[in-house]
Design a protein around this ligand. Sequence first.
Ligand SMILES: [Zn+2]
Length: 593
Amino acid sequence: MMRFLIRPFPKRNEHLLAFMMRVSWLNHMRCLQDLLFSCELETLNCRIAHRKLVTGAFDVDVLAHNLQLDVSLLEDNAVNIAAAKTQAFNQEFPTDMLDFSHPKLCRQCFEEMGYIPFSSAMVPMTVCPKHGGKLTNCWHDGKLLSWGEQDIWSKLVEEPDDCSMASDDAIELSLLIVRLSSGVPDTGLPQPIHLLTLFDLLLLLRFIVKFDPRISGSSRPRYAPIDAWEHAFSLLHTWPTSIFPLFLHRETAGIETNNGHGLRAVFRDIYDELYAGPYRNTYAYSCLQKAFETFVQRSDSTTPLWSPNHKLLPSECIQNMSCKQAMQLLGLREKGLERLIKLGLLGDVSETQSGVRLLSKSNVLKFAAEQHHYINLSDLCNRMELSSSGVVQLVKEGLLPSIAQPDDEHRDWLFDTRHISRFILALSKGGCRIINNKSVLPHVPMRSLHFKGKSTAEVVSDMLAGKVKFAFHPDKNRPLSLNQFHPLVTDEPDFSHLGYLMPKQVTRLLGVNLNAVYDLAKRNYLDSQMIKLPSHSRKICLITVESINAFKAKYVLKPRKRDNLICISGPKIDGALLNIYRHVHVSEGKNHG
Ligand SMILES: [Zn+2]
């Protein structure tokens, strides 16, 4: 594989396709096809597949290798044009406002800089902000420039500039685009559109060119006439009245076609674009919506579209949704929704003059986001691993919080898992200490207490009151399960919180009998102390937890395998009750062997 002799870096504002074209001419190739051929990317060769080259949807590694560049440098300059919105060179764009199908350039800039900047791919950029001349995208014979153009460099610099003058509006627009590109938020436009970002400006221009009858635009921005953009821009100076003729035209046409009454029937595609299109939540569209609403509510309107019997005002739609929409969004039937409203989970209901019941959109969306927390009785039984009668009992005793209980109209219960989590947390606060993740006190599952004649409610209230000792083993897969709690079925004394264990507790911990524990203590493997405790009349023998841990770290009892273990004490060695093993260190093994 060949490496290019001239290996430039991509410029910070040069898209991948323009960069590849530059690489081809710097390396004295006739055209971009030659470069594709030399990179063995001939599959892209038959016609310049500009989409693939712009998005980097080809084997960029080969190109990077030939240029001896890190691939990431090339990927930074690729532009994703698959979605409606795209991010390119730290700016956001409506994707169809970018046009990579043909090169567009200022001849003078091209000569001075030697490359085609990304900004020329923006459709409304028709003039060079620096030189004030129109950007070129075709030859004198009207043929469009192409990325595969042969010797474009020499041909372009040879040809004299055509001295067509750009309009003031077009120059002003290109300067504004440059200003907004560099993040200067000053548009000099009237309120509220003075705050437009580049993204919003492009959206406004796009909307006007698409719908304004005074501009014979096109629904696809790159096919709109070049001067459409400066006309659209000139309208922005007298916002919002400048855009009323656009709406008036639609209104007149809409009423003539007699599609029906109501706003949507009359304005149809404009209405859908403003309130249901992909950009409806942008700042640009909120300005458009406001202008539209001012227009349809103007006092001299001859078309009384606003009979409240027809439909919602758009302003009502922005903040609210109808109960029907809420039902669809939440996947509920009418009865279910009414219950939530009654429980106050969806906020207040307002009613329009035409009798449509509205909920605040933000309340409904908030509930939708939290909906998974609300569960019914059988789900809660599964999560708590408790029978339904157990759950109901706990609720009736006021131990477990519920959101709603069955009534005449509704058969099911409603619980909030966040409340249940808090209940479990409160219950776990009384859990006993656990040593080495295994309680030294004997414990049983919750349900075994039922056999002793105690109800779930009694057990739980005893636990909450601190009357029952229990171990708590959190289970992150079943965080609401009551089986995380293990009541202790003994009243034997426990001093583990003081660092001592009863010999009987040690038997459970080590899995040996009581005599063996005393034998271990006698042989000083465990540290036993006679201690006088206020609760006992005589001194009692206790084993320190520290010595048990030390023993377990150093020795092994009852091993499954004896590899690398050596028996150091036992019936056959020193008359001890237990065989005690110790790990053989590798170095020791060598010395012995
Ligand atoms: Zn220029």
